[in-house]
Design a binder for this molecule. Structure first.
Ligand SMILES: [Fe+2]
Length: 178
């Protein structure tokens, strides 16, 4: 099953502070789905920044913007993936144990996480080169940027509609195992 393009739902209203993945397990007794929606909002905001960088190529690059995006990209992606794969997805599996379609969907989304994590690593290197004024193949960087943020937007839209759509923001998601 390929990624589906869906219309994102209403996002959260307040910003969320995402902690580094390394400190997440110990600092996370439980979270609500509202947290997940806020995390999606942060990812979408970053997608907007990456799109602005792509649009600035090749002649109007804001180096500071590239460096800031490079610093945020991998920690944000890693943190959200950690939460989804270790808390949200197991919680959904437990609530829908007989749903084979959901099991396959979660497997596919986890595979997309792996692809996006690798992509984020490559993109971070490219952004650091742009931010430092180094030489880069602008066409290739633009292609990478657009491939990443377009894919991530589709991924988030799917998760919002098909994973979170049936639940309210204040739904408590218990870590696994209980
Ligand atoms: Fe995801």
């Amino acid at each position: 099953m390929g990624r589906k393009t869906t219309t994102p739902g209403n996002g959260p209203k307040a910003p969320v502070t995402l902690t580094p993945a390394a400190g997440l397990a110990a600092a996370e007794p439980l979270r609500t789905l509202g947290w997940m929606r806020q995390a999606h909002q942060q990812q979408l905001a970053l997608c907007g920044e990456l799109e602005a960088i792509a649009d600035s190529l090749p002649a109007n690059i804001d180096r500071q913007q590239c460096l800031l995006a490079a610093a945020r990209l991998e920690p944000l992606i890693r943190n959200v993936h950690h939460y989804e794969e270790n808390t949200l997805f197991p919680w959904l599996r437990r609530r829908n144990a007989a749903d084979d379609d959901l099991a396959r969907t979660l497997h596919r989304l986890t595979s997309e996480h792996c692809e996006d994590a690798c992509f984020a690593e490559e993109l971070t290197e490219a952004l650091l080169i742009l931010g430092s004024g180094g030489g880069a193949n602008m066409d290739a960087v633009g292609y990478m940027l657009r491939g990443f943020f377009e894919g991530l937007r589709r991924h988030i839209a799917f998760e919002r509609e098909h994973l979170l759509g049936a639940y309210s923001d204040d739904e408590i998601v218990m870590p696994y195992p209980l």
